[in-house]
Design a protein around this ligand. Sequence first.
Ligand SMILES: [Fe+2]
Ligand SMILES: [Fe+2]
Length: 262
Amino acid sequence: MLSARTIYGEIFDHDEAFGLFCSIAAGGEAQGGWENGRIAALVPGSQAGLAAKIARHGADEDKHGRIFAALLRKRGLEPVAVPADADYAMRLEAAGIGLAHARLRRGEQLTEAGVVACLAHCRVTGQRASEPMRALRRHAGDRPGIARAVRVIGRDEDNHLACCHEELLRLAAAGHGAVIRAALRAAALAGIAVYRDVSLAVLAHLGRMLGWPGPKAAVLAAGIRGVYACERPGGWRRMVALRRPARRDALGGAVPAQPGRG
Ligand SMILES: [Fe+2]
Ligand SMILES: [Fe+2]
């Protein structure tokens, strides 16, 4: 039967598929850690409080990368190279979403508009990170190692999203409302197409590894296209709404110590 639970089960039970799944996740998390670390260092002095929260976010993403790497290690697997078509962060950058890595590497201080663009990107990708964690939490219940990892990461992702809502509302109240709305819309609309393309690519790689028959792969691919068909006319709006989060200052406090980081 084709259910999310059985598909996840097939991936978790198959070394090569599980290796690819964790490698893609670990790579994406580490990338997010690097990006947020760079952004935190480039935030203008007028937004120093925000810089600390972005640094905290980066530290969490680095931790998530280590969690997925540990899942691989426990299974006796080595990380594998992430295929370019399955590299979500790289494809988002190619679509012009968020700040270009070359710009982050150059180390020029961000303007307030640049900060708004980063937070809008973060609001949209944060929801993308948070939603599959909820699904995984439901479907990894009988695999304690994976369930624990997903619980920890999911809780962090909810905090990241809460922080984005809170900070974007603060900047909107400070007069950046129109820029924020435009940045959120652009990030969401480009993001849904990239998400569809990356999901189809990942599905194709996993399907080959798991030996899925053509009709099964076709049904799953149709499901991904169906999600896009719902998101394109209006489903994307759920990723741009701003609400005061139940948890305030979710990323307040000190940045946790990073093993291996100076
Ligand atoms: Fe993460
Ligand atoms: Fe995050």
